[in-house]
Design a protein around this ligand. Structure first.
Ligand SMILES: C[S@@+](CC[C@H](N)C(=O)[O-])C[C@H]1O[C@@H](n2cnc3c(N)ncnc32)[C@H](O)[C@@H]1O
Length: 218
């Protein structure tokens, strides 16, 4: 019997959204006019300084929550520099509890909309990008809040050509995969073996008996 009490996704959308391709193309050919927030600019400058103080390929863990996955990625990739990003001060502030006790990573409070643009503008070379359990926004009318159907997608696709996306909503991962194909990235959607959960949300979904899904896009 499952122990968790996380509610399964409820949605009025039963397959890939019929407007997905049109939205992806619209944003692919638009210029993002959104001004960069001062807080994220400062966070980016600090991260750039930290990167300049050492060496190692960059791994991004966007929407990392408390940064458990960031710490794990840092431990598994000791020669890389891993940056976890989340806009929630509360979640980032809890990171110490999950710390890997090593110095090749940082968990930073930032809005990824702006951070991804700055990474793109400054041409960081990002080896791998993880997007683990982003908010799914499962109502049909919320499609443009999902990263792949938003104005942020061109930056997200430009900064790294090796992207792992996970969700407990299979349609989210299928949509992301279909959207990424507009940018020449491809992968196969697969169920996740959650025996060793990579993040708190993966643990929560799996202990509630929910399936989790992933795609590795290259
Ligand atoms: C469902 S949680 C997943 C957290 C973590 N990846 C995990 O699996 O445990 C989604 C996270 O996305 C973060 N988030 C949402 N919009 C964001 C944005 N624009 N910039 C940065 N983080 C954002 C939220 O603060 C939240 O921590």
């Amino acid at each position: 019997m499952s122990e968790g009490n996380s509610r399964a996704i409820t949605t009025n959308q039963l397959g890939v959204h019929d407007k997905l391709d049109a939205l992806v193309e619209k944003y692919k050919h638009s210029v993002n006019q959104r001004p960069i927030g001062a807080h994220t600019q400062a966070a980016f400058d600090e991260a750039s300084e930290w990167l300049a103080s050492g060496s190692g390929e960059i791994i991004l863990d966007s929407c990392c929550g408390v940064g458990e996955s960031t710490a794990n990625l840092a431990r598994e990739n000791p020669d890389c520099r891993v940056i976890g990003l989340d806009k929630s001060e509360l979640r980032v502030g809890k990171h110490a509890h999950y710390s890997a006790g090593q110095d090749n990573y940082r968990v930073i409070r930032a809005d990824v909309n702006d951070f991804w643009r700055l990474v793109n503008q400054h041409k960081w070379q990002v080896k791998q990008h993880y997007l683990l359990y982003p908010n799914p926004y499962p109502k049909k009318t919320q499609i443009q809040k999902r990263w792949h159907a938003s104005a942020a997608m061109p930056d997200l696709m430009a900064i790294c050509q090796d992207v792992e996306v996970r969700s407990n909503w299979q349609i989210y991962v299928e949509e992301f995969t279909q959207a990424a194909a507009h940018y020449g990235l491809h992968g196969v959607v697969k169920p996740i073996d959650t025996t060793h959960p990579m993040t708190p949300f993966e643990r929560k979904y799996s202990s509630s008996g929910q399936a989790c899904w992933r795609v590795h896009l290259t």
